[in-house]
Design a protein around this ligand. Structure first.
Ligand SMILES: NC(=O)c1ccc[n+]([C@@H]2O[C@H](COP(=O)([O-])OP(=O)(O)OC[C@H]3O[C@@H](n4cnc5c(N)ncnc54)[C@H](OP(=O)(O)O)[C@@H]3O)[C@@H](O)[C@H]2O)c1
Length: 329
């Protein structure tokens, strides 16, 4: 019989609900515990997902002997502290993106995972969608000739609330860490780590980046233009162009169901469809289960090095913009 992986959910916000819904549909997953800052919230969440153990602290959750892996779903500023808490208690960890606030935090988290010999992964759900994997294999197989350029954007018009995690610097607010990470990770998947990276940012009333444009140049002379905004509803699509055509990842490119290959003398379009099962987080969750079942401490699809590279890029961009979060030196 396939091994059942026992999950503990740390934090009871929006994405914890989506991820737990996905886990409930997987035969190899069981949610055995939830931890919240308050008992009331833990109880409410546990009632929705039929979870036995409900804790009013994250400490109690990570010390539950029945839990194999902790899903960290708190605001960005807590990912470092919460992941270390879980790893040091001997748990495997799947931590929401971005893995931390900066490279110093990410390095410490990876070092701890290595020392404790525990699985640790940044929850970059985009990498696990069938459409994204198909796009990668099409580009690698030469479907658009030699890949040269890439464009990707992620934007939505958020209601301004200085206290919310999107705008509050105390919670790591801003477009880059929350949604800009997706275009960056998308380009990383196809072109690797850039040699040159620069960006423009519009900083809002709370001092965080509300709208950004990034340009990047890669080792093989590929280039990318990547945008993210909390101020406009954008198409949220991606295009990879090559010497013999281009690939369009239809909206929303970070959880796509459709890609088009436009190629040939007349640039004819072929549409490929990949209907998502459930809410789409099942692919990432199943990948983590497969990694744990086979005894891995890191994913080969979302490796520690990819997380390091992504965070180094975001450090570089924030340094260009003079954007530091409270407590950062
Ligand atoms: N992969 C994806 O598609 C995706 C989508 C959305 C968000 N995310 C990531 O998931 C993380 C959480 O996002 P979310 O939208 O779920 O946020 P959210 O709805 O605000 O939930 C965050 C949860 O963290 C806990 N928390 C602990 N300290 C907190 C504090 N000082 N302020 C607010 N909440 C605090 C709370 O749970 P308790 O009260 O139970 O402790 C809260 O419900 C973010 O890092 C984000 O980047 C990922």
């Amino acid at each position: 019989m396939a091994k059942i992986i026992r999950w503990g959910i740390l934090g009871t916000g929006k994405i914890a609900h989506t991820f737990s819904t996905a886990l409930k549909s997987l035969p190899q997953a069981e949610i055995v515990a939830v931890g919240s800052r308050t008992q009331a919230s833990a109880e409410k969440f546990a009632d929705v997902f039929d979870i036995r153990q409900r804790y009013s602290s994250y400490e109690a959750l990570v010390n539950d002997a029945d839990v194999d892996i902790i899903y960290v779903s708190t605001p960005h500023t807590l990912h470092h502290e919460n992941s270390l808490l879980a790893l040091n208690a001997g748990k495997h960890v799947l931590c929401e993106k971005p893995l931390g606030l900066n490279s110093r935090q990410v390095e410490e988290m990876i070092t701890t995972a290595k020392e404790k010999k525990r699985f640790f992964m940044e929850a970059m759900r985009m990498y696990f969608y069938p459409a994204i994997q198909k796009a990668k294999s099409l580009v690698e197989s030469g479907a658009i000739g030699t890949p040269r350029m890439l464009q990707a954007d992620f934007g939505f018009s958020a209601t301004f609330d200085p206290q919310s995690r999107l705008f509050n610097p105390q919670l790591g607010g801003g477009a880059l860490l929350d949604i800009g990470i997706y275009p960056l990770a998308f380009a990383q998947l196809f072109f690797g780590k850039p040699m040159h990276l620069s960006g423009e940012a519009i900083l809002g009333k709370t001092g965080v980046d509300e709208q950004i444009t990034i340009t990047a140049q890669y080792a093989g002379e590929e280039t990318a233009v990547l945008c993210a905004t909390l101020r406009a509803n954008t198409e949220s699509a991606a295009i990879i162009s090559g010497s013999q055509g281009y690939l369009r990842i239809h909206r929303e490119f970070w959880r796509p169901e459709k890609i088009s290959i436009i190629s040939g003398r007349n640039l004819t379009e072929e549409l490929l469809e990949f209907p998502i099962s459930g809410n789409g987080m099942e692919y990432e969750a199943q990948h983590v289960i497969d990694c744990l079942t086979s005894g891995k401490t890191q994913s080969d699809m979302m490796s520690w090095q990819v997380s390091r590279d992504l965070m180094a890029m975001m450090d570089t961009l924030r340094a260009q913009w003079g954007l530091r979060y409270p407590g950062e030196k």
